[in-house]
Design a protein around this ligand. Structure first.
Ligand code: ADP
Ligand code: MG
Length: 172
């Protein structure tokens, strides 16, 4: 599924829609270059899940853990991962088994090693300068794909919800 978002606020809306569908043991893989919006998305997701703590980028610690009313949120960033052994050390499998929701920035760098997931990819897409001297628009192109069975049954619902708020460029 491919969609275009036009503002920072819409990234929060996207996160809120996905937050409504999350279940214990879910994995969400975020891909996209630096500054694409992965951390911003996770902040929106956490907020919508009821995390009250400030969510900050786990670039240096690799993993941050948060509690919410309903579910735990585990936020990892593999950008600085140096050995695959480090991935095992993070213990994401165990956190999933314990019923948490795991979000992994740069999760694509380990291929499909993280298993079933909702894979959300961010790109700057066609950001344009509207007026000379003005800031670039905050548009992003987002691709959302289920990997494995985990999210498959929720894609119809997700697509329906998203098309209410976004210009969905492609579905299926
Ligand atoms: N539509 C948008 N979605 C997400 N971030 C946006 C958007 N428009 C502008 N931004 C800005 O881009 C930056 C994204 O940074 P961040 O979320 O840390 O990216 P990443 O984690 O992918 O490196 C933030 O400064 C954010 O305010
Ligand atoms: Mg980040």
């Amino acid at each position: 599924m491919k969609l275009r978002i036009d503002s920072l606020g819409q990234t929060e809306t996207l996160a809120r829609i996905i937050a409504k569908l999350v279940r214990p043991r879910d994995m969400i893989v975020l891909s996209g270059e630096m500054g694409a919006g992965k951390t911003t998305f996770t902040q929106g997701l956490g907020k919508a899940m009821g995390v009250t703590e400030t969510i900050t980028s786990p670039t240096f610690n690799l993993l941050h853990n948060y509690r919410s009313r309903r579910l735990a949120l585990h936020h990892a960033d593999l950008f600085r991962l140096e050995r695959t052994g480090e991935l095992v050390d993070l213990g994401l499998d165990e956190l999933q088994d314990a019923g948490g929701v795991v979000v992994v920035e740069w999760g694509d760098v380990v291929g499909d090693e993280l298993g079933d997931a909702l894979v959300v990819s961010f790109s700057h897409g066609d950001a344009v300068i509207d007026e000379p001297g003005e800031q670039t628009t905050e548009s992003r192109l987002i691709t959302i794909e289920p990997r494995g069975a985990q999210w498959l049954g929720r894609m119809q619902k997700l697509g329906d919800e998203l098309s209410r708020s976004f210009k969905v460029l492609a579905r299926g």
